[in-house]
Design a protein around this ligand. Structure first.
Ligand SMILES: *Cc1c(COP(=O)(O)O)cnc(C)c1O
Length: 355
């Protein structure tokens, strides 16, 4: 039995893997991988996936759901291009690697970026607070959960300006008020499905209003909405498997139930990190992510011993990102509390041996 704490691609429920595997072999008589994306069978899959996203997140009327390609990385460009208006300026919050990626891509398409809040001074180990959100810019952008550094916004940014959010690593982990956002985007592979699809939830009002003179057809969200997310061949396997995972989520109580499971998992792990003298959290207090917990050993000479122990317990993907070091336990929706308990037991045993 493996316990996959990997940061992405994500763990998915075993039932979802099995049903996805079946469809690769037999999807109404053909392989899912060979059916036309224009066939009524696949169009039904796309429509169900879109409607399950709306159902899971209570998406209000006036929003469209798209499954595009290019990952959240192309989402940086797409969101900036589609939100560019008269001032060609925007406010961005810099909370780490992915936020910086978004800032760089906005600059690359000609946006004058005002980084009005940043946690770079402390290697991104906190969420900047009480920052003054600029007025008179076209839109505001932030990253709700910082996958690498293990920080997470607990509140939506308060602004009257159009709001854009990269929710790659915490979408579907808890309820979110979609009506506050103009664009939400997320690479599928962190909490939704296999890599290949990028989810966009777009307020229809913003479509077709970009002031950018550079607007390739694929990057214009209006074209995708007009074609029902079938402007070109969609990533069929990723969309299908995401649909299965959304069905599974809704059958198991939806995001509200997922949120309480995620709370319980995060609490169990952070309690152990805080009470165990051989570990320390890389992030403090309320800013800690419920999806990605980053932590360090207090005594680095014990690293090999701890690594051997968790590897032997079947734990996968616990190594921290090089920008933080130490360990990172990603606890996406499909990771069970039992897996978290295996990890906390190993941490306890490790400390008993070295106490
Ligand atoms: C993983 C990740 C990205 C990059 O996603 P790709 O789909 O690989 O481009 C961007 N933002 C966040 C928050 C992420 O976790």
């Amino acid at each position: 039995m493996k316990h996959n704490f990997g940061a992405g691609p994500c763990i998915l429920p075993q039932d979802v893997f099995q049903d996805a595997a079946k469809a690769v072999l037999d999807f109404n008589g053909l392989s899912l991988l060979e059916v036309s994306h224009r066939s009524s069978d696949f169009v039904a899959v796309m429509e169900e996936a879109q409607s399950l996203v709306k159902k899971a997140l209570n998406v209000p009327n006036g929003y469209s759901v798209l499954f595009l390609q290019g990952g959240a990385s192309l989402g940086f460009t797409i969101s900036a291009l589609n939100m560019m208006r008269n001032t060609k300026s925007a406010g961005y919050i810099n909370t780490g690697t992915w936020a910086k990626g978004a800032i760089n891509e906005a600059k690359a398409v000609g946006i004058d970026v005002n980084v009005f809040a940043s946690s770079e001074d402390q290697n991104f180990n906190y969420i900047p607070k009480n920052s003054i959100v600029p007025n008179g810019v076209d839109f505001i952008h932030y990253t709700s959960n910082n996958t690498i550094f293990g920080t997470q916004f607990q509140e939506i940014i308060n602004t009257d300006l159009p709001l854009v959010c990269d929710m790659s690593s915490d979408i579907f982990s808890k309820q979110v008020d979609v009506s506050k956002f103009d664009i939400i985007y997320a690479g599928a592979q962190k909490n939704l499905g296999p890599a290949g699809a990028t989810l966009f939830i777009v307020k229809d009002e913003i479509l077709g209003k970009s002031s950018s003179s550079f607007m390739p057809k694929y990057l214009n969200l209006k074209n995708h909405v007009d074609k029902g997310s079938m402007l070109n061949t969609p990533p069929v396997f990723s969309v299908y498997t995401s649909m299965l995972n959304l069905r599974h989520l809704i059958e198991n109580g939806g995001v509200t139930a997922a949120a309480s499971r995620n709370e319980a998992k995060a609490k169990a792990l952070y309690n152990e990190i805080d009470s165990n003298p051989l570990f320390k959290s890389a992030v403090q207090g309320i800013d800690r992510s419920k999806m990605n917990a980053t932590f360090l050993l207090t005594n680095d000479t014990l690293k090999d011993q701890f690594d051997t122990m968790w590897n032997e317990a079947g734990i996968i993907g616990l190594k921290g990102h090089r920008s933080v070091g130490g360990y990172r336990a990603s606890m996406y929706n499909a990771l069970t509390i039992e897996s978290v308990n295996v990890l906390t037991e190993i941490m306890k045993e490790f400390t008993r041996k070295n106490g």
